[in-house]
Design a protein around this ligand. Sequence first.
Ligand code: HEM
Ligand SMILES: *[C@@H]1O[C@H](CO)[C@@H](O)[C@H](O)[C@H]1NC(C)=O
Ligand SMILES: *[C@@H]1O[C@H](CO)[C@@H](O)[C@H](O)[C@H]1NC(C)=O
Ligand SMILES: *[C@@H]1O[C@H](CO)[C@@H](O)[C@H](O)[C@H]1NC(C)=O
Length: 499
Amino acid sequence: MSVTELFLLLPTAIVVLIIAWNFIRKKRRTLNLPPGNMGWPLIGETIGYLKPYSATSTGKFMEQHIARFGKIYKSNLFGEPTIVSADEGLNRFILQNEGRLFECSYPRSIGGILGKWSMLVLVGDMHRDMRMISLNFMSNPRLRTHLLPEVERHTLLVLRSWKENSTFSAQDEAKKFTFNLMAKHIMSMDPGKPETEQLKREYITFMKGVVSAPLNFPGTAYRKALQSRTTILKVIERKMEERIRKMNDDECQRMEDDLLGWVLKNSNLSTEQILDLILSLLFAGHETSSVAIALAIYFLQGCPKAVQQLREEHDKISRAKEQAGEFGLNWDDYRRMEFTQCVINETLRLGNVVRFVHRKALKDVRYKGYDIPSGWKVLPVFAAVHLDPSIYDQPHHFNPWRWQTTHDRGSAPTSSSSSIMTSNNNFMPFGGGPRLCAGSELAKLQMAVFIHHLVLNFHWELAEPDNALAFPFVDFPKGLPIKVHHHKLGQEQQHSSNS
Ligand code: HEM
Ligand SMILES: *[C@@H]1O[C@H](CO)[C@@H](O)[C@H](O)[C@H]1NC(C)=O
Ligand SMILES: *[C@@H]1O[C@H](CO)[C@@H](O)[C@H](O)[C@H]1NC(C)=O
Ligand SMILES: *[C@@H]1O[C@H](CO)[C@@H](O)[C@H](O)[C@H]1NC(C)=O
């Protein structure tokens, strides 16, 4: 290209640039983005957003942003332009339009660690197929016949190891319970065996990496978690090969009734897909519900009146069983745990195990006069809705009774109960829409059965002050140390269900 040609081209290029610039500006001008602050280049406001805060609050970042910009604001988080929503209507709108206007979109580091076939990462048909497998496996009939007795067995296994006057981490015990249950249900691995214990240890390292900064350097939590992932996959693969050998073995036709066997028999997923599915189910199935149980232990410890009412409810159930000569909880017993359900909802509302989810806009979306541009990240923050004083009376207060009015159809709705009525579809501890938590019923069952035996058998108090923090994953920094005492009545009950 000659110098003259360049001089001729330059003005043309400038004109083109000006036209393009005007076009972009015009588009920008017609877009009404929510107010907000894009923060620093690249990191944006991510550091402020991820700063730990008390799990029963929305945190300073949220509070300040909502006060300044309202419940819908723009920011720059996890390296992307983002709309943050603390608005109950928008949150519901986002979840219900999954696959049409919005789509699940977790940071790439999550995919690196959970695997590209993990359900959190998949979208479209592949997500649907994997979801069907999980739902099938946790279906209501299976919950009633298979899972309920297993949940009770694993609860008692943990609670019977608690010695009078001893002090221990309630969070570790809850994790032991949920992990053992999942390992058994998914791969028929028995609690206490070396293989199971190794897997449990690997998951602790793994979890630290899932929630840490995705820095893949030697020594970082993320790098260690990637190594744990490899070890975990090896264990799962070994179980899988063992199972395939057994399936081909004529004398051993009897299939173990677990997820692994079911997937091998009823799906044609590849080995790689099965490994990721099992790894992430085991993860999703124990990290969340163990935190929920620890939160219940924590909140109840501060609310003796609720413990008293729980004890009455569970004592009644347990006496009725004794009279009928029945052993082991059944589905009817579970259905009778009404106040327990209030305690569970209140624990999930106040503790917010999963505080927000990651989505992105697939199209330009308009909501309440605001534009959400296609391709932007969108974070529906459930926790901000659950702790919103315009929706829940005294939202920072643990009050299981607030859930009771929902069922008091006979009584005239007072102003407070009508606010509860409308708030019910704003309650989304398990997300919603086509990606509603596949394990929500199992999680509630685990909490209820654990609470049943806990209140019947023990009194407990905090051995040291500890509180739940949001990192934003919820964790007790000291592991929730508690001191326990046997409850006399409960001891008899425990012996009777032992026989
Ligand atoms: C209290 C305990 C639990 C809470 C708070 C919880 C919360 C959630 C939430 C909010 C989601 C939606 C994620 C999103 O939309 O991006 C989810 C998804 C999921 N959860 Fe749970 N969960 C709990 C327990 C469990 C358990 C026990 C299992 C059992 C294996 C489980 C399995 C799953 C699966 C497979 C998904 C993915 C669903 C899909 O993408 O279609 N969860 N969970
Ligand atoms: C438990 O500790 C209390 C005092 O801390 C003591 O009075 C009680 O005897 C102890 N109980 C048992 C069974 O050790
Ligand atoms: C197995 O894969 C084929 C083709 O991909 C599909 O048509 C079939 O429905 C699948 N079978 C099962 C049980 O998923
Ligand atoms: C608990 O919340 C769920 C929604 O997740 C609701 O369907 C249920 O009725 C609530 N339970 C009580 C006792 O209010």
